[in-house]
Design a protein around this ligand. Sequence first.
Ligand SMILES: Nc1ncnc2c1ncn2[C@@H]1O[C@H](COP(=O)(O)OP(=O)(O)OP(=O)(O)O)[C@@H](O)[C@H]1O
Ligand SMILES: O=P(O)(O)OC[C@H]1O[C@H](OP(=O)(O)OP(=O)(O)O)[C@H](O)[C@@H]1O
Ligand SMILES: [Mg+2]
Length: 284
Amino acid sequence: MRIAVPNKGRLHEPTIDLLERAGLHIENGADRKLYAETVDPDVTILFARAADIPEYVADGAADLGITGLDQVREAQTDRVEELLDLEFGRCRLVLASPEDGDIDAVADLAGKTVATEFPNVTREFFDDAGIEPDIVEVTGATELTPHVEMADAIVDITSTGTTLRMNNLGVVADVLSSSVHLFARDDVADDPKVREIQTALSSVLSADGKRYLMMNVPRDDLEDVREVIPGLGGPTVMDVANGEGEKVAVHAVVDERDVFETITEVKNAGASDILVTEIERLVE
Ligand SMILES: Nc1ncnc2c1ncn2[C@@H]1O[C@H](COP(=O)(O)OP(=O)(O)OP(=O)(O)O)[C@@H](O)[C@H]1O
Ligand SMILES: O=P(O)(O)OC[C@H]1O[C@H](OP(=O)(O)OP(=O)(O)O)[C@H](O)[C@@H]1O
Ligand SMILES: [Mg+2]
């Protein structure tokens, strides 16, 4: 199995970090390398440009890909399946125009020009709206084009909104919400190895914001403690060795934001020796 991941840019680091946390440690992945092995002899990493990754997967150069949903949609291939939202690289593709201009609505773009790095997504958007502007493809600095009379509006990525503001552009309409996704070529999407990788990545996301709580509880107080423990299923209850049956150990997965309150409550209910630890992965 080959997984294509971004070789640079803002998605590179968080993608590598996620693979590491999922247990897919990358070996000899020195800078500027095209390939790297992982601890799993069946999994190889291929480094590619974020925008090229969907093509690599569709064409068979890689089997799985990790990149922005915007790039997957722009590639317009029906050969890739979206498997998992990896919940980072969140941004919006928006239609934006100069604040002081006369474009206030999508319909105002009939017969006008729109510049974008995403011509396919943009064309689809205007087709749906029944409007036919000229679409000019650019490869960067899209925000500049309305100010040099190259375009009347742009379709571009925004997240904090700083770039649009700095260039005196306002959002006219939302085109697409994007975040980084795991996707696979359709003919391998059901492969057991692909499922294994998907589960490993998803287990990291599931563990995010969760804590593991352990405590000892006198058997008589067990019901009171059980009642104040929120979260994932019931707690696990085990006999404590040498506890002579009077105490039990209670383990539970709790949302990080509930930990503070829960500790106070279980303590009041009779728990002692309370431990809180991080969770690396959680397969539900
Ligand atoms: N400001 C942003 N906030 C959040 N995610 C973003 C932002 N800009 C881009 N992205 C996401 O990251 C992806 C790749 O963008 P990035 O800027 O890292 O690469 P790039 O500029 O296309 O790389 P290259 O330099 O190879 O052209 C985008 O397709 C999008 O999914
Ligand atoms: O809403 P904001 O937080 O300002 O983010 C939006 C900007 O981020 C991206 O550019 P990037 O920083 O990747 O630079 P690039 O043009 O070199 O890709 C995108 O192309 C926008 O220009
Ligand atoms: Mg960029």
